[in-house]
Design a protein around this ligand. Sequence first.
Ligand SMILES: [Zn+2]
Length: 344
Amino acid sequence: MQPPITLGGIVVKPGEQRIIDLPMVRLYTHTEMTMPVHIIHGRRPGPRLFVSGAIHGDEINGMETIRRLLKMKQLQRLRGTLIAIPVVNAYGFINRSRYLPDRRDLNRSFPGSAKGSLASRLARLFMDEIVAHCTHGIDLHSGANGRTNLPQVRACLDRPETRQLAEAFGAPVIIDARLRDGSLREAGNEKGIPMLLYEAGESLRFSEVAIRTGMRGILAVMREIGMLAPRAHKRHHIEPLIATTASWVRAPISGVVISGAALGVQVKKGQVLGTVSDPFGEQQKPIESPADGIVIGRLNLPLVHAGDALFNIASTEGLPPVEMTMEVLANQLQAEDFDAEEPL
Ligand SMILES: [Zn+2]
């Protein structure tokens, strides 16, 4: 049996499942703020995984993914410990904003400091109360600022343990992403914790494909590291596209975007992805793909200024052709009969 774990000053015994409210900086209205944490502390020892959502307060798919994950009956037989934090940035979440009230980006404020800015203090709290207890981490995100992302995992693939997790997750695309300064992923990696960042859907909207792919991915990672028993029946494994570069195509002029390429479609270098036109149609310019690749992110709002990021293209040079539009992914999820074995 594994020993008890203390979180936020509360002792959680093996076999126990609890919600713990970690006190955060209170609001100027005197209102207290807490970060609600759901912990399932298995009887048997094993890895300790955290899964976090809404570090960017307007990215709500992660919260829903965690809500559904926690309903899974198989978690009752968990080995090790699952620490789920559906809403890390509650300040941004209630304001429907990516940022904190001090206009800082929490995912650029790690590892943080107890005497620093609001963002820095929140980052520190997360490091001390969550990351310090864990051996693995998955951070859930969605496209920012009116952009949708094809489900994708970003990870530092030169670490074999991280690569193993990324491949087990089973998202259609893995981006071998260098670490960004101040992100939770970077702070976790610095502590030697293999970390994945999952990106899918857009902010302030639920995407069923994003949520289900995320949930299936988290469960697959938990099986991979021995927290859950392997599946009785092997399923078709999605071979992910591993891309080392992804780049945004920007608007050549200001105007409205017409007929943009859909998420997941394959494009060739120089292929026209759409056009930008001014409202009078006097000026019209094609948007061309800079590389052979697939569209892994796109802007939904068609109103743009010159220089705005429109399409994110993951390079597929030298790789076999793939098709993974949201419709294809939705069909794959259907075909897997996801609901039957893993009720929501
Ligand atoms: Zn984000």
